[in-house]
Design a protein around this ligand. Structure first.
Ligand SMILES: Cc1ncc(C[n+]2csc(CCOP(=O)(O)OP(=O)(O)O)c2C)c(N)n1
Ligand SMILES: [Mg+2]
Length: 372
């Protein structure tokens, strides 16, 4: 068997898998609408319409969260604008009993998973906890230290397998995160143990101000899986149909004992890294405009309309629902949060250290002192 044949079962397609072209027509343009030639199945029509509604809602939520930073209601918000196809497909490919390991970038995915949006924003408001119950929701806390969630996901996937559950874990990670040692350790462990885990790389072309070309010389980040023995694929991350199709296959592969699967989605971060960043200092407007033209939401809408699965009434209903959702988020986030400053000391150690007891007493004295 040649080296090429050994790698064949693992190697990604030479070009990213795509079902729908940028203009919203089926791709390849030869009128094809079924499964992808590489064997990826076409997602069900009703799931695509559901994904469209989630994308409209997710985009509106994202805009609302950005506005809340300007009103001082959120400390920081990393926008997912432009990455909605990835975020929604990632969630729709999972069952409710599968585990999701998100990063700070993935609020839209968490909202699509059905988490309370105010709970999702708790961490970004500056609280000490993640806002939701990871055990009940099977969503790990949004991870800020890069790539640490990938190794957590492998541990969870192993635990699920050893307990006899047929659930999988999916870890979201950024292009920059794939340079971290933890990412490589996670891939190695998962491959050796054949853990039921999917690594989903959202390659949005930047790690804050560092462009992809200065991050990695790999022909595609998907190739990073192959060296570890992991089946890997690359996909057009602004084509919801393609991302959903490939991730569905990745989850099936992991669930049925095939071991880990790595998917790289080529997408773009339309907004700055967070509201605290000025992206005009390191990228030009022409580049952003080119990616705006490849918008995943407009593409899916054109595609669904073209196939008669969506009409103007359906589009308007999705936008109305998103407006109502955003209004509720706004109202609830504008209520003064009830916070107990002493909670800060409660969950650090089982038995508080003398220093913490001292600090607690100091805070109590300050809070009870009459205002000057
Ligand atoms: C271990 C670690 N090193 C550095 C940082 C600082 N940091 C925060 S976000 C970021 C860029 C990450 O880029 P990428 O993985 O591409 O994710 P994106 O923000 O583009 O979604 C860096 C370097 C961090 N959070 N954790
Ligand atoms: Mg990035």
């Amino acid at each position: 068997m040649s080296h090429r044949q050994v790698a064949d079962g693992l190697l990604p397609e030479p070009v990213p898998v795509r079902f729908v072209a940028e203009d919203g027509t089926a791709a390849p343009p030869a009128g094809y609408q079924g499964d992808h030639p590489a064997g990826y199945g076409a997602p069900a029509d009703d799931l695509l319409v559901e994904a469209y509604r989630h994308m409209v809602l997710g985009r509106r939520f994202d805009r609302q969260a950005t506005a809340l930073t300007k009103q001082g209601r959120l400390a920081v918000y990393p926008s997912s604008r432009g990455q909605e196809a990835c975020q929604i497909a990632g969630v729709l490919a999972l069952r409710a009993d599968d585990w999701l390991f998100p990063t700070y970038r993935d609020c839209v995915a968490l909202v699509a998973r059905g988490l309370d949006p105010v709970e999702v924003l708790t961490l970004l408001r500056g609280d000490w906890h993640c806002g939701y119950d990871p055990a009940a929701t099977r969503v790990a806390p949004q991870c800020t230290p890069l790539a640490t969630q990938t190794i957590h996901a492998v541990g969870m996937a192993e635990a699920l397998r050893r307990r006899g559950e047929d659930a999988v874990a999916m870890a979201f990670v950024g292009d920059g995160g794939t340079s971290e040692g933890d990412f490589h350790e996670a891939l190695n462990y998962a491959a050796v143990l054949r853990s039921p885990v999917v690594f989903f790389v959202q390659n949005n072309k930047y790690a804050i101000s560092v462009p992809l070309a200065r991050q990695s010389a790999a022909p595609a980040l998907a190739y990073k899986g192959v060296g570890y023995g992991i089946r890997s694929e690359q996909v057009d991350g602004n084509d919801l149909v393609a991302v959903l199709s490939v991730l569905t296959e990745a989850v099936r592969h992991a669930r049925e004992g095939g071991g880990p699967f790595l998917v790289e989605a080529h997408t773009y971060r339309i907004e700055s890294h967070t509201n605290a960043d000025d992206a005009t200092r390191y990228r030009d407007a022409g580049e952003v405009a080119r990616w705006e033209a490849a918008d995943p939401l407009a593409r899916l809408e054109t595609y669904l309309r073209g196939r008669g699965l969506l009409d103007t009434a359906g589009v308007e209903a999705a936008h109305e629902a998103a407006e109502e959702y955003a209004a509720r988020v706004r109202d609830r986030m504008n209520a003064e949060p009830e916070t107990d400053p002493f909670e800060l000391f409660d969950h650090v150690f089982a038995a508080p250290t003398p220093q913490l007891r001292e600090q607690r007493a100091l805070l109590a004295a300050e809070l009870s002192a009459p205002e000057e």
